[in-house]
Design a protein around this ligand. Structure first.
Ligand code: ZN
Length: 79
């Protein structure tokens, strides 16, 4: 009886379906958290935000600038 109980416990903890489910949930969670942190404090995000901020400043101050010039990334344009 003791042996049967032990075997049963091992069978529950090694359930491949549960393990896969928890594993995929954990991976998804950590992946999205990591991606969120990277996009928030990552170097590319900082550069992008800085570019938009600098651009908005040009409009606020009324400084003439070309929207089709090469130093402007049209994909980052928000207006
Ligand atoms: Zn502009």
């Amino acid at each position: 009886m003791r042996v049967f109980k032990f075997k049963n416990m091992v069978g529950v903890t090694k359930d491949p379906t549960l393990f896969l489910l928890l594993g995929s949930i954990g991976l998804l969670l950590f992946g999205s958290i990591g991606y969120g942190i990277y996009t928030t404090v990552g170097p590319s995000s900082y550069k992008l935000r800085d570019t938009i901020k600098e651009h908005a400043r040009l409009h606020e101050l009324g400084i003439a600038h070309g929207h089709n010039s090469h130093n402007h990334n049209e994909a980052d344009h928000i207006h």
